[in-house]
Design a protein around this ligand. Structure first.
Ligand SMILES: [Zn+2]
Length: 110
């Protein structure tokens, strides 16, 4: 799994790709335990809320749904392209991700 929280990813396949004209990018909000990924502004679904104090009549809200990581590619911050990723271990033992296009390290954002 190459994708981490706060990464910018591009949608390469799936419904979201086929229904929009341009490439879709977004920030990763969450990576779920099963490896599915929630991307900001991508893959909206309607959620129906029960009546509550906050929503006395119930409500219908749009929310991002998790999508399969295989439909996504990490966007390299250095060359701004969807990139394949190599892993490299530093002398410190830390693992870094390397963009296979421009060979730059891809930082994990916080
Ligand atoms: Zn790159």
């Amino acid at each position: 799994m190459n994708i981490r929280r706060n990464d910018i990813v591009q949608v390469m396949a799936g419904d979201e790709r086929s229904t929009r004209e341009k490439a879709v990018r977004g920030k990763v909000l969450r990576v779920e335990d099963d490896g599915r990924v929630v991307v900001e502004g991508v893959n909206f679904v309607w959620k129906h809320l029960r009546r509550s104090q906050q929503h006395p009549h119930g409500a219908r809200i749009q929310k991002e749904a998790a999508m399969d990581a295989s439909n996504l590619m990490l966007v390299c911050p250095s060359c701004d392209k969807p990139a394949k990723v190599a892993h490299q271990r530093l002398e410190t033992g830390e693992r870094v991700r390397i963009c296979k296009k421009c060979r730059q390290a891809i930082a994990t954002r916080t």
